[in-house]
Design a protein around this ligand. Structure first.
Ligand code: UDP
Length: 480
């Protein structure tokens, strides 16, 4: 619905500076823009630099408004603007190796750059525009900024509702002696959360010291109390107790899967240059290829894990695409060097090893029959949207909790192993089990239909309903 010319909502959208946080916020930006919102999408200069290195058509000029990730969307008539701000470090600072130093600054120093941007945007905003903020929940300053500039504050959560509930109720876990978890036990008292084993809790809760993850989650949960709206990239049908339980205590709206919003747009969000896989996939029979990827950020613990996965793929004798990211092992500049000698030769024709690909498009290919994944939430959502069953190998943060949903609750995948050390026989055995058992594929197709229907008004989809409810409540608040 087009906005009245008097007051047009202008969303200033700021992701946490990581691939897995940028992707879903871009999807949301395009959806809102196609509903008549003006958008200004804000990346850090470093993220923009990565984007322009991976997309030859993008300029590395920080504020070049002609060539940015939304150029094509603009050509189709959307009012979607783009700008960049400093994250406080020079472009050549290694944010991966120095992750703690980087996050210390994101927690306490980054707000000054956002503040400066907001001041300029508010000053230059025209009368009939009403700016408001949509920021990732891990942008732990969002409410302070919104408050200072008298803006509506929308916080965007990029993990399942289950993770939100656990993070939000950390005090309950602490009170009940489950944090740090003393021993394996079952937690039965978190509102809206089915009994959950302590082994399925997020990884940082298993640490006895306060880590950077603790600090970020504590701050995010303090700040969330002040948000006007909280958007969850999940689907009520998938988390039928947790989503309503959250809605009772906070202004939450489950509007996922947001990756389906952008299927009609030509946009690449990749921070790494993509290798084309379509031609290769076309030569493979339906459902015969295993896609292997551990996301954009997590590291495998040691060369041995790489070797066991490689040998497992050989033993399973399966077609596969394996994303061997440059830095998949800390300190490796080219992780393909860590593959067993002669591996690439041995798998010729059967296996494709790439540094990065357009994952959503790969998963949508009929050739794909399974996904060996680290269970990052976007990967899980994308896999489910294409009806692809999963082998779960969680590495950090929310990933063990996401695995619990995939394996125990939705039964659309299997667990690779307990912990992070895995043998080639386990890898081969689980691959064969997943790829040869029709049951997982059938269940995955049912879940795929649930996800697509959730965004379909005619099917009475809950996400379509929640998105409509959010837009109505947002407009009312903006116009108030
Ligand atoms: N991705 C991609 N190509 C790859 C690997 C990952 O496009 O080769 C995308 C993937 O589609 C997803 C994001 O990167 O949207 C990773 O997010 P996720 O939450 O799965 O994991 P994270 O990287 O945050 O651990």
């Amino acid at each position: 619905m087009a906005e009245t010319p008097e007051i047009r909502p202008h969303a200033i959208m700021i992701p946490a500076p990581y691939q897995g946080h940028i992707n879903p916020l871009v999807d949301l930006a395009l959806n809102l823009a196609s509903r008549g919102f003006t958008i200004t999408f804000v990346n850090t200069k470093f993220i923009h630099h990565l984007l322009s290195k991976s997309h030859k058509n993008l300029s590395d000029n920080n504020n070049d408004t002609d060539t940015d990730m939304f150029s094509e969307a603009r050509k189709s008539g959307l009012d979607i603007r783009y700008t960049t701000i400093s994250d406080g470090f020079p472009l050549d600072f290694d944010r991966d190796t120095n992750v703690f130093e980087f996050w210390e600054y994101l927690l306490d120093g980054f707000i000054v750059h956002v503040d400066e941007l907001m001041e300029n945007m508010v000053k230059s905003s025209c009368q009939h525009m009403k700016p408001f903020l949509i920021a990732d929940t891990f942008c732990t300053w969002h409410a302070k900024i919104a408050n200072k500039y008298n803006m509506v504050d929308v916080s965007f959560w990029t993990e399942p509702a289950l993770m939100f509930a656990l993070d939000y109720h950390l005090d309950l876990l602490r009170k009940n002696g489950h944090y740090p978890p003393p021993k394996e036990d079952t937690i039965t008292y978190v509102p809206g959360v089915d009994p959950i084993s302590t082994k399925d809790l997020m990884t940082f809760l298993h640490e006895s010291d306060i880590t950077m993850e603790h600090k970020v989650v504590f701050r995010a949960m303090e700040e969330i109390e002040h948000a006007d709206f909280i958007l969850l990239n999940t689907v009520e049908e998938l988390e039928p107790k947790t989503v309503p339980a959250l809605t009772q205590i906070l202004p939450t709206y489950a509007i996922g899967p947001v990756n389906l919003y952008t299927r009609n747009f030509k946009i690449s969000k990749s921070l790494t240059q993509e290798t084309e896989c379509t031609e290769w996939l076309r030569s493979k029979p339906p459902s015969s290829v295993l896609y292997v990827s551990f996301g954009s950020f997590a590291h495998l613990k040691g060369n041995q894990v790489m070797e066991e996965i490689a040998h497992g793929l050989l033993l399973a004798d399966v077609n596969f695409i394996w994303v061997v990211r440059k830095n998949i092992i800390i300190g490796s500049d080219d992780a393909t060097d860590l593959l067993p000698g002669g591996f690439e030769e041995k798998v010729k024709g059967k296996g494709l090893i790439v540094p990065w690909c357009d994952q959503d498009s790969v998963l949508s290919d009929p050739g794909i029959g399974g996904f060996l994944t680290h269970c990052g939430w976007n990967s899980v959502m994308e896999s489910m949207c294409h009806g692809v069953p999963m082998i779960c190998f969680p590495l950090l943060h929310d990933q063990p909790t996401n695995r619990k949903l995939v394996v125990d609750d939705w039964k659309i995948g299997i667990n690779l192993c307990d912990g992070e050390s895995v043998t080639r026989d386990e890898v081969a055995g689980k691959i064969k089990r997943l790829m040869c058992t029709g049951g997982f594929r059938d269940e995955s197709k049912k879940v795929r239909d649930v996800l697509w229907d959730s965004l379909d008004a005619a099917a009475g989809g809950s996400s379509d309903r929640d998105l409509a409810r959010f837009l109505e409540d947002l407009r009312a608040k903006i116009h108030a």
